[in-house]
Design a protein around this ligand. Structure first.
Ligand SMILES: C[S@@+](CC[C@H](N)C(=O)[O-])C[C@H]1O[C@@H](n2cnc3c(N)ncnc32)[C@H](O)[C@@H]1O
Length: 266
């Protein structure tokens, strides 16, 4: 490692670990909101996994979904999580010891044509620059009659209440910055159809934040981003944050974003 990669006695490995811990904490925070377990339970019920089936979770992250898939297919089945991030795969293997985790990318799945009964992905498509390529890969690896559940967030559905609606619009727009595919979820059915799959159902759940989010780091960071980009001034931002804090005290605070799950078959 070059000296340039060191900073205050922390190595790039230290930074990578800190970044991984932050990503895991963010995923765990979201999974702790009621909407994610509800949407997972619904999509698993519609998928109707059977013992003995072979199922792949793409972008498996912390492995929480793969753990549920492994339970559903039992000892005779196989649940595989795929993720390019080695640190995530290690965390997933710890949380879901009955699943298997492999490296790879959604764009080039390391499985033969028609070799899987079920494919799932959750909160992956928002990170993909070429979602149609990923759905073509899913269609390729599914056996005829195989099922898929693709679940993602649509950041265009974000709501923050109360406060000046113009500032709320700017702050929710700031939320979309840096996300490769922020409107991923509304486009899922189109991707799936273009890949030659048949859409069976679309479910949704809003991820509703608790009142403590009104004064939490996410809201403050979004406000800062909006100011840094010149979208609002510092005074307007401070007033907006103060309005949210007052509202949280009185119970009139709402912050949410909606997730959609598209269920389809080949
Ligand atoms: C937001 S996390 C979601 C993790 C997990 N599916 C969940 O919902 O808890 C996105 C995951 O997708 C992985 N990922 C990013 N790009 C990918 C790609 N091209 N192919 C497969 N996985 C990818 C990341 O490493 C990360 O673990």
């Amino acid at each position: 490692m070059s000296d340039g990669a060191r900073h205050d006695h922390l190595s790039t490995d230290d930074f990578a670990r800190a970044d991984l811990e932050k990503q895991i904490a963010a995923l765990d925070h979201q999974s702790g909101l009621a909407g994610i377990p509800r949407l997972r339970a619904w999509s698993l019920a519609v998928l109707g996994l059977k013992p003995g089936e072979r199922v792949l979770d793409i972008g498996s992250g912390t492995g929480e979904h793969a753990r549920l898939l492994a339970e559903a297919v039992g000892e005779t089945g196989e649940a595989i999580g795929l993720d390019p991030n080695e640190g995530m795969r290690a965390e997933a293997a710890r949380r879901a010891p009955r699943a298997k985790f492999v490296p790879g990318t959604a764009y080039d799945l390391p499985f033969p044509d028609g070799s899987l009964d079920v494919v799932t992905c959750e909160r992956l498509f928002q990170h993909l620059e070429d979602p149609d390529r990923a759905t073509r890969e899913i269609a390729r690896v599914l056996r005829p009659g195989g099922r898929v559940a693709i679940t993602d967030t649509d950041w265009g559905t974000a709501i923050i209440h109360p406060g000046d609606p113009d500032i709320a619009a700017v702050v929710t727009e700031a939320m979309r910055g840096g996300i490769a595919n922020p409107f991923a979820a509304r486009r899922l059915a189109g991707h799936v159809k273009r890949a030659g799959l048949v859409v069976d159902d679309i479910g949704s759940q809003a991820l509703v934040q608790s009142p403590s989010a009104a004064t939490g780091p996410l809201v403050r960071m979004l406000g800062r981003m909006a100011v840094d980009r010149g979208m609002i001034d510092a005074e307007g931002c401070a007033q907006f944050l103060a309005d949210l804090a007052v509202a949280a005290e009185s119970g009139d605070f709402h912050m949410s974003v909606t997730m959609f799950a598209v269920l389809a078959h080949r």
